[in-house]
Design a protein around this ligand. Structure first.
Ligand SMILES: Nc1ncnc2c1ncn2[C@@H]1O[C@H](COP(=O)(O)OP(=O)(O)OP(=O)(O)O)[C@@H](O)[C@H]1O
Length: 238
């Protein structure tokens, strides 16, 4: 494996639509390892920031750079949406598809699919149409379908929105295993408990800009701004 596509650097990144600034200016650098949590009130720009990092949001100014050329970096990252999108195929075929696109040998595809079916506990449902799975199962499958390609970086937008405790735990276990395998994870969440459980570093978005950022211990233990303290208390932030 060639060296990581990280660090990721955002320089003066802004996204404006119809005269309104949705994001920025943002200057950020994300190191090679760990899990970054992006938190903030509704509409603060979390998803826009995530999409900008992934290269799917048209920038009005600035640049997003990886340590390798953009095209290479694109191939080595994956993005999982808040509402998982299932191919109208079986559960196993949903896992097989990204590997077929990579033109991996059949035996390798078979082995990886079997491994991931077991990891997400869906071996018995391998031939079921994926659209029939429950919300939690769909999200596990969507994450597995992203990780099966072994990306350097996994972006997740609110992966546990609307999921119960058991489903959330199952997804957090998947993310922890991915971290152990050195996948870099960058995700948004509204769940502060989840943020504390998973983050190695965190970003607090407010009104489209990074209001505060830092290592998890400092960020959660000793927030620097009144707004972040208020957000942790559950106050409404204007
Ligand atoms: N394509 C677009 N055109 C115009 N406005 C947009 C567009 N996409 C997002 N917005 C607006 O940009 C702002 C930031 O949206 P974004 O989805 O990034 O926020 P968020 O922090 O992820 O919010 P939430 O927590 O509700 O998911 C919001 O006010 C949203 O309505």
């Amino acid at each position: 494996m060639v060296s990581s596509i990280l660090p990721l650097t955002l320089t003066d990144v802004a996204v404006r639509r119809r005269g309104k600034t949705l994001l920025g200016p943002v200057d950020l650098s994300l190191e090679a390892t760990g899990l970054t949590i992006i938190i903030g009130p509704n509409g603060s720009g979390k998803t826009t920031l995530l999409r900008a990092m992934h290269g799917v949001e048209r920038l009005s100014t600035g640049a997003v750079r990886w340590s390798v050329p953009d095209e290479q970096a694109q191939h080595r990252q994956a993005y999982v949406f808040q509402t998982p999108i299932m191919l109208r195929r079986s559960v196993a075929d949903n896992l097989r598809y990204p590997l077929q696109l990579l033109r991996l040998p059949r035996a390798e595809i078979g082995a990886r699919v079997a491994d991931w079916l077991a990891r997400i506990g869906l071996e018995e449902r391998a031939s079921l149409q994926a659209t029939r799975l429950s919300g939690g199962e769909k999200q596990r499958l969507a994450i597995a379908r992203a990780l099966i390609r072994r990306p350097d970086v996994l972006f997740l937008d609110e992966p546990c929105a609307n999921l119960d405790g058991a489903s959330t735990r199952a997804i957090e276990a998947l993310l922890q295993a991915a971290l152990d395998e050195k996948t870099r994870i960058i995700m948004t969440t509204h769940d502060l408990g989840q943020a504390r459980r998973l983050a190695s570093d965190a970003i607090f978005m407010l009104h489209g800009v990074v209001h505060e950022a830092g290592s998890a211990a400092r960020f959660f233990g000793a927030p620097c701004t009144e707004e972040l303290e208020a957000f942790f208390r559950g106050d409404i932030i204007a």
